[in-house]
Structure formats: C-alpha cells, structure tokens
Design a protein around this ligand. Structure first.
Ligand SMILES: Nc1nc2c(ncn2[C@@H]2O[C@H](COP(=O)(O)OP(=O)(O)OP(=O)(O)O)[C@@H](O)[C@H]2O)c(=O)[nH]1
Length: 442
C-alpha cells in the first residue's frame, strides 16, 4: 500500500530533539567561549597584579643591590606560574634584561606593565624607577581552560539530550507507537462481514482518556455506523430484488398471456405443447387437442364494432375455461377468434365430449353485451396424438378437422383421421376462403 520507507514518529521526534540540541549547544558553546575568554583575561590581570605586588619589593631591592641572580630567580618564579606565558624585567640603569617563558608576537602588548620603584629607604635619593616588569598571559593555558569548560558543558548537555531522547522514545513507544500499531493491525484485518469485532487495546486502566482512546472510540463508532449502513443496504437490495423478481414474473406472465382473454398466448402454446407432446411420446401417454373457432365472427365485428367483438372473444374464453374441469387441461388463444384446448391424458372421445358440451354452451347461452344479446356458434376440430408424431403434424390434423367442421356447415365437431371421422357425418363442400393450418396467429 505504501511505497515509502517506514519511519516512526518517535524516531522523527528524537531526530528533531537532537538537531535542536545541537543548534542550542553550538550557540551556547560560542557564548560560553567568548565569556570564558573575557573573564579569563580579567581574572588573569587581577592575578598578575597580586603577584606583581608581592614581587615588586623583592625586585626593587635586588635591582638596587644589583643582584642579577635574585632578579633572575624572581622572574623565573613568575614565569613558572601556569597562567603566565612570558615575563620580562628591564633594569633602567644597566639596561639588563631578565626574561622567562616564550616571548609573544611582537605586536602583542603585555597584560600588565608596572614600574619597579626604588626601595622605601632610598626613595628620596632615587626618584626614577629602577626598571619595568611586564607580564603576558599564557594563551595555551587559557585556551585549555576554555576547552575544558566547553567539554564539560558539551558532555553535560549531550548526556541530558540522550536522557531526554531515551525518555521520549520510551514514552512514545508505550503511549503512542504500540497502541497505534495495534489499531492499524486491527483496521487492516477488519472485514466487511466481521465488523462486530471489538478493538481491545493492551493499555493499563486509567482515570482519563487521551488521543489514542479517542481514535479507538472513533473506530467503534465507525464500525457501528458501517454495520448499520450495510444492514440498510442489505435490506434495500432484498427489497429491490423482490420488486425486480415481481416485475420479472409479471413481464414473464405478460409475455406468455393473451392480453385480451387472459388465457395462454401463442408463444406459451408453442412452448407448453412442445413439452407436452415430447412427454406423451416418451411415456406413451394419450394427448388430444381441440381447435375451436367462432363462426362468422367477422360479421359481429362488422355489425357491432371491434369492441363488441373483443367482448365476445373474452366471454368465449371464459366459458371455455369454465368447461375445462381438470387441472391438467388448458386453453390457449391460437390467433384471432381461434382457440386451442389441450387435453393431456385424454383420448379423442373425451375431447369430443368436451367439444360437444362447449358447442352447446356457446350456442344455447346468449352473450349479453350492453343492450345487445348475441347468439354465436363455434366449430371444433379434434386430433389425438399419434405414435411418433411431430407437433406440427398433430396441430395440422386438428386444424384440418376444424376446416372440415366449417365446411360441414359450422357449429359442429370433426375428428382428424379416417377411422374417427366416420363417427360424424361427412363434410359438406368447403366454403371458399376458409384458411388452412397456420404456423402463427393471423
Ligand atoms: N374484435 C376482434 N376481432 C378480431 C380479433 N382478431 C381477429 N379478429 C377478426 O376476426 C375476424 C375473422 O374473420 P374470418 O377469418 O373471416 O372468420 P369468420 O368471419 O369467423 O368466418 P369463419 O371462421 O369462416 O366462420 C376478422 O374480421 C378479424 O379482423 C380480435 O382480437 N378482436
């Protein structure tokens, strides 16, 4: 997920503390060095004044007595002081020079320069000074002093910084890093179906809350909100799926149902009859169909209008449905004013009985629409499925039988097949214009 290297907050914080400490220390050390140098110079001068005071008496009498050994000894003693770099005594009368230490650069003035007066006892006789005493500081000594002082400060400062960093690391690890890592691990392991998991942090009980507790509390809230949201979405999906299934069912039903009469349409007929024919052929079951066609329906349309024709068709389908007593028989609108009744497990004789009954119902019961009382008749053609017969041929025979019924003067029933046709009177001459077996609705 992340392509950058990991760097903990504690490390970041510690590096910042170290950087800050270094900057602070540099400033502090610079100031300290300057201060140490100045104060060193001041204390050196005071020191030298003290030593000069104590040496002046000795130097004064030594010069007066012209005792160069004593002067040299005293100069050596002064030069041996660790803070003194160079000491020089020049005798005024003889011009003799006594020195100790390493001579400084020519342009460096002496820190202390004092005249050596004549001893008290002869002061009146010799009013001019017997010589001059000059003292230079030892730079090396003072630089060492400053270095030692800075080293102490640096060590102390460094030690303090290390301790602060260690404390920060420990506190950050315990208080921040460990719980944050735990929260991050919990979050990455969280699955949509495991939102009820509870985040438990390995932290001691305390009587206050901190930022980590707030994050953990936020997590609990987020989980609960997500659970609620998912549950809501699940409900919504279930609701929508049910609605969709209902719509699909309705569409399916509409696609298989005839809108006018409510019985199966031609499409459903083809699907269902095909299955029925195959089933009967495989298990050697009987299957019969009855083609039913209203007689002179065109006249009704022509005389009373299309709407009346529709009402007649609806009524015809209704009467048909009422006569189909068993659950297995079913009715389909084949096209126009033509219907097909499918009778599984029925022989032609049973289909005949049904057709006669239906014919009688249609003939004898007027169809009342508004103020009209219409009397209609229907013709029927029957066929029983033969061994190994295809659906088309089966329907074709039933349609041919209907054609015969029409030709025989209508309002009658005809069978397909010579042996059965004998049961009914031979057909009359067919009327011209009667349609033949069709593959689809007209
Ligand atoms: N009202 C209405 N009429 C329809 C519908 N479908 C087909 N028709 C009509 O049904 C009539 C069928 O006419 P024909 O095929 O000549 O049949 P017929 O007048 O019944 O004559 P025969 O069948 O020979 O007795 C036509 O006038 C079609 O317009 C429909 O859904 N509603």
């Amino acid at each position: 997920m992340f392509h950058k290297r990991f760097r903990s907050i504690a490390t970041h914080l510690v590096s910042r503390i170290v950087l800050l400490a270094l900057i602070g220390m540099s400033l502090f050390v610079s100031l300290l060095a300057a201060w140490e140098y100045e104060s060193g110079k001041r204390s050196f001068k005071a020191d030298m004044e003290r030593h000069a005071d104590s040496s002046l008496l000795l130097l004064s009498s030594a010069l007066w007595d012209i005792d160069p050994a004593m002067v040299g000894k005293q100069v050596k003693w002064l030069g041996a002081l660790p803070q003194v770099g160079y000491v020089r005594v020049r005798a005024t009368t003889t011009g003799e020079l006594f020195e100790a230490g390493i001579p400084p650069a020519a342009d460096r003035p002496a820190v202390l320069k004092v005249d050596i007066p004549a001893p008290q006892a002869v002061k009146a006789a010799a009013s001019i000074p017997l010589g001059t005493l000059e003292i230079w500081e030892s730079r090396r000594y003072y630089f060492e002093q400053i270095r030692n002082s800075i080293l102490g400060v640096v060590l102390g400062y460094g030690l303090f910084t290390v301790m602060v960093c260690a404390v920060v690391m420990v506190v950050m690890r315990r208080q921040l890093q460990a719980p944050l890592r735990q929260i991050a691990g919990f979050a990455s392991d969280l699955k949509p179906n495991g939102l009820q998991q509870v985040l438990v942090l390995d932290r001691p009980q305390r009587d206050y809350v901190d930022e980590i507790d707030l994050v953990a509390r936020g997590f609990v809230q987020l989980q609960s909100d997500l659970q609620g949201h998912i549950a809501h979405l699940d409900r919504l999906v279930a609701e929508r799926t049910a609605q969709l299934e209902q719509v699909v069912e309705e569409v399916k039903s509409l696609s298989l149902t005839d809108a006018l009469t409510g019985c199966w349409n031609r499409r459903a007929l083809d699907e269902r009859l095909n299955v029925e024919v195959k089933r009967c052929l495989r298990y050697a079951r009987t299957l019969s169909v009855v083609f039913m066609d209203l007689d002179h329906f065109k006249r009704i349309n022509d005389e009373y209008g299309h709407a009346t024709g529709d009402a007649v068709l609806k009524e015809l389908a209704l009467r048909c449905q009422r006569e189909l007593k068993t659950q297995v028989d079913w009715l389909a609108r084949y096209g126009g004013e033509e219907f097909l009744i499918v009778l599984p497990e029925s022989e032609a004789a049973q289909a005949h009985q049904l057709a006669l009954r239906l014919g009688s119902v249609i003939r004898n019961q007027s169809i009342d629409i508004d103020n009209l009382s219409l009397h209609v008749t229907a013709s029927f053609g029957i066929a029983q499925l033969q061994e190994g017969e295809a659906m088309d041929s089966f329907l074709h025979r039933a349609d041919a039988a209907l054609y015969e019924a029409k030709a025989a003067g209508r309002d009658c029933v005809r069978f397909s097949g010579a042996h059965l046709r004998r049961q009914e009177k031979a057909p009359h001459k067919p009327e011209s214009g009667r349609r033949r077996f069709r593959k689809g609705p007209q």
